[in-house]
Design a protein around this ligand. Structure first.
Ligand SMILES: O=C1O[C@H](COP(=O)(O)O)[C@@H](O)[C@H](O)[C@H]1O
Length: 259
């Protein structure tokens, strides 16, 4: 195991204290690593520990995992871990793009691919096989109603526009998806503008469902995302920087960063 580098220069706790005095118990726990390989190893170890603890205490584990690209090296390491009883573990994506399952942008397809080695693991889809947005929304809500337990771990990513899961700034459906009063677990989001790297409508878990978890890990890499995270925390405006909603509402968020 590599030593964790002490290079996280973002004064996270300071910014939280200064800009959000309502709940001083909230905490962002910072982890900075020398590179993305070390980050992946550390995140995989955290997820392994969350699974082991859940299996020991409850006999099953439920993970909610981000799509995109950044966390996949950690997922592949987790999937290759020895001694995990995958048959008792279920995974749901935190969001997905409304595309067919055989499309390169499908988060559920990427997750199924990353966990191919994990014999017996169940990976639920937020989308229907053809990716139809309306049918996917209904499908996601039904699927999530069958996975209503508290998550053992939630992994989130963040885009350079400060979206997390598919909670996109400026999207019409964002206020409902961020509302703690929303009764639904999943929402259809039409990002405006569509992100060029994945220009599709999305299904996302809402903030309240994401926060029903025993642990949260936000994974960000590169200097630009670190800047965005700092801006999000300073502004503390979730409609502009949806990631701020997670940072201010969760009791503890582990932020994992590497260059
Ligand atoms: O579109 C998405 O983007 C975010 C960030 O992805 P990353 O590869 O830049 O970390 C991701 O967390 C989300 O699941 C995905 O649908």
């Amino acid at each position: 195991m590599h030593a964790q580098a002490e290079l996280y220069t973002l004064p996270v706790r300071h910014l939280r204290d200064r800009h959000d005095r309502r709940d001083p118990a909230m905490a962002v726990i910072e982890h900075a690593y020398e590179d993305s390989a070390v980050l992946a190893e550390a995140v995989a170890a955290r997820l392994r520990q969350a699974c082991a603890s859940a299996l020991a205490h409850r006999g099953h584990a439920l993970l909610c995992l981000a799509g995109g690209r950044t966390p996949f090296p950690a997922y592949r390491q987790l999937a290759a871990s020895e001694g995990i009883d995958w048959e008792d573990i279920a995974i749901v994506p935190g969001d997905d793009r409304c595309v067919p399952w055989d499309h390169a942008a499908s988060n559920v397809a990427s997750l199924r691919n990353a966990f191919a080695e994990a014999q017996g693991v169940r990976i639920g889809a937020l989308t229907t096989p053809d990716g139809d947005p309306g049918a996917s929304l209904q499908h996601a809500r039904t699927m999530l109603s069958r996975h209503a337990d508290t998550f053992d771990a939630v992994v989130l990513g963040m885009g350079e526009d400060a979206h997390t899961a598919s909670l996109f700034p400026g999207a019409r459906g964002l206020p409902a998806a961020l509302s703690p009063a929303s009764r639904e677990d999943a929402f259809l989001i039409h990002p405006e503008p569509l992100p060029p790297e994945a220009p599709y409508p999305r299904i996302t878990l809402g903030l309240a469902r994401l926060l029903r978890t025993r642990s949260i890990h936000l994974i960000v890499t590169g200097p630009r995302k670190r800047e965005v995270l700092r801006e999000a925390m300073a502004a503390n405006d979730p409609l502009r920087h949806p990631v701020a909603a997670v940072l201010r509402a969760a009791r503890d968020v582990h932020v994992h960063w590497s260059p």
